[in-house]
Design a protein around this ligand. Sequence first.
Ligand code: PLP
Length: 403
Amino acid sequence: MSKNYQYSGISSRMKASKIRELMKYASMPDIISMAGGNPDPVNFPFDDVKEIINKWDKTKSSIAMQYGPTPGYPPLLELLKHRMIKNRKIDMKGQSLFITTGGQQAIFLTAKIFIDESDIIIVEEPSFIGAMAAFLSNGAKLAGVRLEDDGMDLAKLEDVLKKLSGEGKNPKFLYTIPNFQNPAGVTMSQNKRKKLYDISLKYQLVILEDDPYCDLYFTGSPDKYLPIKSLGNDAPIIYLNSFSKIMCPGFRLGWAVADEEVIDKAVLAKQSLDACSSSFGQVIAYDYLKNGFIDNYLEKMRKVYKGKKNLMKQKIKEYIPDSVKSTDPEGGFFIYLYLPDGLSAEKIFKKAIEDKVAVVTGDPFHTDPNIGDKHIRLSYSNSTDEQICKGIEVIGNAIKSFI
Ligand SMILES: Cc1ncc(COP(=O)(O)O)c(C=O)c1O
């Protein structure tokens, strides 16, 4: 007998992520997957985690295994606040910080507390699929603004804001990933960061600044990649970060910094979602930061990812025709390919998968899927050097077969 489940309107808007679907290829034997954006599994800090846990006394063990306060494990909150001041140059006066279940939950909670049905959210075109899904499933309409080599096209953004304002509409917020963007690997210039801050002030436009890759820069110092939020707290900016790329995603930990009233609302929303993020993960994360394990790990991983990126760029030069342009990220996990007219990302994907190489076509990252068929995202973070060499050769051959 068929059952008559009466699903909510919201659940009908939920779509399976194309990347999650592609993960089924990633788990097939012999597949080289450049599709997901997973961190390098070979170098997870598992030994550090074992060392940390082995030193716990009874008190610490029981905190780790117990429910915790919704905003997070207090010593970790304090430590992260100091790191935000010292490393990200964020002024914490009047600001609060809370721990979330991954950066993804921080995005979802922001959507939950701001979005009403049909509200407009401005996103970079292309943007992070998990964020777009969170906005859409909370009822938003997305307005995409093209990403240029140095960040969002801000002249276009002002046009969009003026047009919307003429129609009596105010976007609820703008979502940006200023450092080593997912999916395009682009970094926003200092000049654009200042301009975007001014636009935020001028239009009272809330900015949701997502910064999970900031510590994985390849050259220079972190000061080159300071967040928009470091420019001041007059503009309404909500800053997000995550432990997924600086420790591991398995603990599902992220955090958000914003005006106290915003964090208070988000914490209320979190209470009914999961009550608290993993206490076990938080106590480990505290020791991992406090005892300096993170510094060694990041120093190593910056070199590892830089090596993988350089190798992938070299192989792109060798195997992929010049008519295909590619980004050259200054950090993070991703290279984006821009295909010339006449080529279809979908067709290249299908050809490459026959030879057991998986990539992601650009369509899920775009508000207009037709634009996305001109793009391919390559992730080097999760592949070995051999896989990068073989994978790019296969993709190059797939592209050439359509030229
Ligand atoms: C830009 C961006 N934001 C947020 C996330 C979510 O990460 P997590 O929930 O693992 O912290 C990701 C993950 O890939 C990401 O690329």
